[in-house]
Design a protein around this ligand. Structure first.
Ligand code: KG4
Ligand code: ZN
Length: 335
């Protein structure tokens, strides 16, 4: 079975073709980051308009890249939420319409299920069951994944998502949008231990997270060290390092708890923040002690992309599911 995947939930247009025999045949990704950067964040109306401009040529492009006749697929998967409604509508209506025209089924995919399954596209995919840590700009969740499509939420953030905390802290430091990856680069130049920030909620039982207090602690540190509103480069890097360490350690402690509680020996990390090298290193170290293994996607499939949607859609279509002709998208949608 061959599936076209379409992702347009935020500021990235992603298109891919996944084939159950041949694997990922082609994928294209276009990031709108430059366009939104001058506004300091994603402007939803601009995002929708740009998805409209990019989507059709990119869809044609992946068929050419894969060496296929245009429309030679058995189904279409599109992201139906959670995300920006206008942006989602672009991908959903395009996907639904093409499916109707080509006479193939269409399936609405949950964006976070896409992220969760992205490591399955790697050469050595994880085996079920596993614990998944989903860390993106909008979500931070621990999930017990017993089988494809069988998800039990173990914990989630009570306020900011991990990526959101990275982005907001970066903004406080005057870094341009999207700040997460830049803050992480800065953190790598900092000295560990110069700034010790709180590890939120690690003393409480359970696997929920909270990152908004950490953001406040960083704000106070910046204010304390600012001279004429400017913080010296090295101090900035040390603060970034302290922040990153606090987030990573908190995530690692909760992941360990999730592995112990479920008894699973496999940890999968997915979503934009899973691209963070220090997080990967810390989780490898933790898992080694727990005699567990860590899996993640290649960096380009950690952030939003069409390949993960094509794969998740294929799983659901294979299981006999399909979506009705009604094009429904959801800004919020529990996993
Ligand atoms: O999964 P994603 O592309 O979009 C959502 O579904 O939200 O995640 C984007 C988030 C942003 O908050 C971005 O700052 C963060 O992932 N991110 C990182 C890194 N790369 C992306 N955060 C920390 N370190 C990174 N290397
Ligand atoms: Zn995402």
């Amino acid at each position: 079975m061959r599936v076209l995947g379409i992702e347009s939930s935020c500021d990235e247009t992603g298109v891919a073709i996944y084939d159950s025999e041949q694997g990922l045949m082609a994928h294209q990704l276009y990031s709108q980051v430059k366009m939104h950067a001058e506004f300091g964040g994603v402007v939803p109306e601009l995002a929708s308009r740009d998805h409209i401009r990019k989507l059709a040529p990119m869809i044609r492009g992946v068929f050419t890249d894969a060496g296929l006749e245009f429309g030679d697929v058995d189904g279409i998967a599109y992201t139906a939420g959670p995300g920006l409604v206008g942006a989602l509508m672009v991908g959903a209506s395009m996907g639904r319409s093409l499916a109707m025209g080509w006479g193939v089924p269409a399936i609405a995919v949950h964006h976070m299920e896409g992220h969760l399954l992205a490591p399955m596209l790697e050469e050595q995919p994880p085996e079920y069951p596993f614990v998944a840590l989903l860390v993106s700009g909008g979500h931070t969740m621990l999930v017990d994944v017993s089988a494809p499509g069988c998800y039990r939420i173990l914990g989630e953030t009570l306020d900011d998502a991990a990526g959101e905390a990275f982005d907001k802290t970066a903004k406080m430091m005057g870094l341009p949008y999207p700040g997460g990856p830049l803050l992480s680069q800065k953190a790598d130049q900092g000295v560990k231990g110069v700034f010790e920030f709180p590890r939120p909620m690690i003393d409480r039982p359970g696997m929920d997270f909270s990152f908004s207090g950490l953001k406040t602690a960083v704000r106070l540190a910046i204010a304390r060290h600012a001279v004429d509103e400017v913080v010296e480069e090295q101090i900035q890097a040390d603060i970034a390092c302290g922040f990153q360490q606090a987030v990573i350690e908190t995530l690692a402690i909760k992941c360990r708890r999730a592995l112990r509680e479920t008894g699973h020996k496999t940890l999968v990390i997915a979503g934009g923040v899973s691209a963070n090298k220090s997080l990967r290193t810390a989780l490898h170290a933790m898992c080694k002690k727990e005699r567990a293994r860590v899996f993640y996607a290649r960096p380009e499939f950690c952030t939003d992309n069409g390949a993960m949607i094509a794969y998740a859609g294929w799983l659901r279509l294979k299981a006999g599911q399909q979506s009705s002709l009604k094009v429904e998208v959801k800004a919020r949608w529990p996993l």
